[in-house]
Design a protein around this ligand. Structure first.
Ligand code: CA
Length: 355
């Protein structure tokens, strides 16, 4: 389905809407070089070894296709977009981005990557938009880089690849980053990472640590930690984007509301304080969800019912899920043309402020 050899003449028809793909990845060659050093260094992170260790060493067609496409911000990417009927990609540094690096390298490399992405956006302003990569390892510098990326480089949105060395944005030490995102009207795309060292073992031993499940569990928990820590009471205008149908959180909404209230009332945990609203209210007001990796009508419909038609957007997850047949399947969903235009085009234009 998502292998390069299955790309036949299959092409999506011209549509009445532009298709904007909102979770598309790139990786500068210099970053892959740094990854190689980290992988060869002492005691590398087990999730990182499982993920990038695999993609960077496997000779399988899938791995080679992904590594090649990740590094291209020019003709190859544009050709793949044309073949798949994608009008615009919103591009972000691939997971785990700079978050696997030491703080100093991460700060410096985030700047380099943002400069490179901004140049590609300048070269192809009608086809590419880009998100700002930051190093949460240094919250003050991350906040500065958000401002530089949005105001000077013309990037739109911030990419954070879930946990940073096992730490979460629910921790107040990171709130300077959230403050900067809110102040710059920049949504944070909370993209998956492999589970951290203290969580990954049961996933690893059965091969479930990656995109198949571990990504979703870890990232869904990250988003939920932000909700229950009161992040959105403190930053009510902050918008967080979750891929993969909201990492299953919409499906949990009823139980989250019920058990959050029961837990607060029983005073079971000092860490679980009362919130101004129900957990599901924050999902409806502070989250936008993309269907990256999930070209499946019932899940999209359910999420649209819960969050509203304005809060569910299209994403392909290129090059990891480079699947033209999925674009055709999504074009054919039983949705009104007005709603399809919201899903593919206008929600992304609003969220990423694309003119
Ligand atoms: Ca992705």
């Amino acid at each position: 389905m998502n292998h390069p050899e299955t790309k036949q003449a299959l092409r999506p028809a011209k549509a009445e809407y532009a298709r904007i793909a909102t979770e598309e990845a790139f990786a500068p060659a210099e970053m892959l070089e740094m990854y190689r050093k980290i992988l060869q260094g002492p005691d590398p992170d087990p999730g990182f070894v499982s993920l990038m260790g695999f993609y960077m060493s496997s000779q399988s067609a899938r791995a080679r296709h992904i590594i090649e496409c990740l590094q291209d911000l020019g003709e190859k990417r544009l050709q793949h977009m044309d073949e798949a009927g994608i009008d615009r990609q919103i591009i972000a540094l691939t997971s785990p981005g700079v978050q696997i690096m030491d703080a100093e390298s991460a700060v410096s490399f985030a700047r380099t990557a943002n400069d490179e992405l901004a140049e590609a956006v300048r070269n192809h302003p009608t086809r590419f938009s880009g998100m700002v990569a930051v190093a949460p390892q240094n919250p003050q510098e991350a906040a500065r880089e958000i401002e530089r990326g949005i105001k000077q480089l013309g990037l739109t949105g911030v990419i954070i690849n879930s946990h940073t060395h096992g730490e979460y944005l629910s921790d107040q030490k990171f709130w300077e980053i959230l403050e900067a995102a809110e102040a710059n009207d920049a949504p944070i795309y909370l993209h998956p990472n492999t589970p951290p060292r203290n969580m990954i073992q049961p996933f690893l031993e059965c091969g479930l640590d990656g995109a198949i499940y571990g990504f979703g569990v870890e990232t869904g928990m990250h988003a939920l930690r932000m909700i229950t820590a009161g992040v959105f009471d403190r930053f009510p205008k902050l918008q967080v984007i979750l891929g993969h149908m909201g990492e299953a959180l919409p499906f949990w909404a009823y139980r989250l509301d019920y058990m959050h209230r029961a837990t607060v009332v029983s005073e079971r945990y000092a860490s679980m304080k009362p919130l101004k609203k129900k957990p599901s209210d924050y999902l409806r007001e502070n989250f936008v969800i993309t269907n990256s990796g999930v070209a499946w009508g019932p899940a999209i419909r359910f999420t649209q019912d819960l969050l509203g038609m304005d809060r569910v957007m299209y994403a392909m997850d290129y090059p990891y899920q480079h699947a033209i047949d999925e674009v055709i399947a999504l074009d054919g969903l039983p949705m009104s043309m007005a709603d399809k235009k919201r899903f593919f085009e206008t929600n992304a234009q609003r969220v990423f402020r694309i003119k």
